[in-house]
Design a protein around this ligand. Structure first.
Ligand code: FAD
Length: 530
């Protein structure tokens, strides 16, 4: 048995590390136990091939909370954002293309080639989203109020939320639609050009087992515009050294505050006695004792795999069993000998077409059809690709003249139809993604030096994400705010005294925000002072 700690954090994902750093800052003695040999969870950089550093899961950042960057002095610990301009490039089958970005004049020119009306509408659409974001953003770093509790603190918080909603005026209706509705009707109302709509729509389905015409996708779309890059709202950027640059900076800040971090330390069991957490045990039997335990792992693994049957009330276990982990995202990481030579914007020297997210999904109907395959357990015949080549802006990732590309693709269902072999389907699906990219950049396939295919099953095995769900549980209204991870337990506490959740399974959910870990730390520190 090792020394006693005030807090043990299970999982060195970025949220677990944030909880550890803040708890240590408040004076707690903290130990982090991470199953893998590397820190960061889904926010990680790994040297997949010698000399090639890959953000194997998350690949762009915008959501990381500015409070955390400031409080933990992440810049001093090596965190650096690389803004992208333009931020996206969408080539189309007719040889045309659309670039969007923080440069408003460029964006206006680009959209005008398809629709002058849309070029004028986009700033108004963005302003509407910003007003809704102004209402929702402060809630990200709040513990959600419990609508089933009559405690005065709760009622005050609910009242404050209600007043903020009233202040939204007629935008309130838009906020409700964003929280509950489908992306397609919103995009249809604002825009007429298919090219703009389809470029924006891919953000509505990231990580979701859904097509943009399905309710709930408007929030996914919105979730992706809520962050900032170096203070500029809605802008996504790369992180120098890959996404692990975030987790490593948080880990350095945590260590500086005295946190002990152990990798290769998979927790096998959370120790509970008389309804109170006592510590954890590793697979080899080593036990670590602590007054409190916080799990950054998803709810399914935490409660159903790491705990015994008798440790939790039956109805809570039932609620956890019903969490939706549906997923159809497949990450394909690629090493390239040269940059894609797009027919729409030719050239293999780094250019604007290579800097941002490259969207390959020609029409809204194309997306719907891609989803239709997945509904029946078949990987899309014609997949949707969001590709990024961070090494265009970051020379630390690949040998000179070589590149790493991240392909975030949809849809590859977690559960395949009977008779389909996972290994064969993965290879065939990746071949289809490459052939598709080749239609727009004919040198692509021959430039591929190596590839790593991470289907939802691989994401589950590698990162511990149930069902391969990239958000530790779907981000639909019935699983957000006071209902995340399950109704009645959104305050980071659990039915076991001294046991907390601190990862993306909690409010405000997935994405590299750090907000879950930040909020959980606040509640843990509050309890430890009570
Ligand atoms: C393919 C993919 C692409 C994504 N793209 C983006 C993106 O571009 N931008 C963005 O903002 N978000 C993206 N996301 C979402 C984002 O990465 C996650 O929501 C976020 O990283 C979750 O962080 P976390 O700390 O809550 O949990 P995790 O990162 O899931 O961390 C949990 C940690 O617990 C560890 N663990 C599991 N079991 C045990 C155990 N028994 N004992 C000890 N440790 C254990 C895991 O190894 C892991 O390190 C993506 C996710 C995926 C998978």
């Amino acid at each position: 048995m090792s020394a006693f700690h005030d807090l043990i954090v299970i999982g060195g994902g970025h949220n677990g590390l944030v909880t550890a750093a803040y708890a240590a800052r408040a004076g707690l003695k903290v130990l982090v136990l991470e199953r893998r040999e590397v820190l960061g969870g889904a926010c990680v950089t790994e040297e997949v091939w010698p000399g090639y550093k890959v953000s194997t899961a998350a690949y762009v950042n915008s959501l990381l909370r500015p409070e955390i960057i400031r409080d933990l002095e992440l810049h001093r610990h090596g965190f650096e954002m690389l803004p992208r301009s333009p931020s996206s490039f969408t080539p189309f089958p007719d040889g045309r293309s659309l670039m969007l970005g923080p440069d408003k004049a460029m964006t206006r020119r680009e959209i005008s080639r398809f629709s002058v009306k849309d070029a004028e509408a986009l700033p108004r659409y963005e302003a509407m989203l910003e007003r809704v974001a102004d209402f929702l953003e402060p809630t990200l770093i709040m513990t959600p109020p419990n609508p089933w509790s009559l405690r005065p603190g709760n009622l005050v918080q609910l009242l404050k939320l209600g007043l903020a909603f009233v202040k939204l005026g007629t935008d309130g209706q838009k906020a409700v639609e964003i929280l509950t509705g489908a992306a397609t009707p919103i995009l249809d109302r604002w825009f007429e050009s298919e090219q703009l709509k389809v470029t924006l729509a891919t953000d509505a389905i990231i990580g979701a087992m859904a097509s943009p015409s399905m309710p709930g996708t408007a929030y996914v779309l919105f979730h992706h515009v809520m962050g900032e890059c170096n203070g500029v709202r809605g802008v996504w950027g790369y992180v120098r050294g890959g996404m692990g640059g975030i987790s490593n900076a948080i880990a350095a800040a945590a260590r500086e505050r005295g946190v002990e971090i152990r990798t290769n330390s998979a927790v096998a069991r959370i120790l509970v006695k008389n309804g109170t957490a006592q510590g954890v045990a590793l697979a080899d039997g080593t036990e670590f004792r602590a007054s409190r335990v916080a799990s950054g792992v998803d709810a399914n693994v935490t409660f159903l795999k790491l705990m015994g049957n008798g440790d939790l009330p039956g109805e809570f276990v039932d609620a956890v069993r019903h969490i939706d982990y549906a997923s159809a995202s497949c990450k394909i990481n690629v090493a390239l000998s040269e940059l894609p030579d797009f027919t729409a914007v030719p050239g293999t020297a780094p250019g604007p077409q290579h800097r941002g997210t490259i969207h390959i999904s020609p029409t809204m109907e194309y997306i719907e059809r891609a989803y239709d395959d997945a509904k029946y357990g078949r990987p899309s015949e014609h997949p949707i690709i969001e590709a990024t080549i961070p090494s265009v802006l970051d020379d630390t990732l690949a040998p000179p003249g070589r590149y790493v590309m991240s392909m975030f693709t949809q849809y590859f269902p977690y559960r395949l139809a009977p008779g389909l072999s996972l290994e064969q389907e993965k290879e065939k699906y990746a071949d289809r993604c490459f052939a598709l990219m080749n239609q727009f950049a004919p040198n692509f396939t021959r430039s591929v030096l190596a590839r790593q295919i991470l289907s939802p099953v691989d994401l589950e095995e590698r990162f511990g994400l149930t069902g391969g769900n990239i958000m530790q549980g779907v981000m639909s209204l019935s699983s957000l705010s006071f209902m995340r991870p399950v109704p009645g337990y959104a305050d980071y506490r659990t039915p076991v005294r001294g046991l907390y959740l601190c990862g993306a399974a909690t409010h405000p959910g997935g994405g590299v925000m750090g907000a879950c870990g930040y909020n959980a730390a606040r509640e843990i520190v509050r309890d430890s002072r009570a």
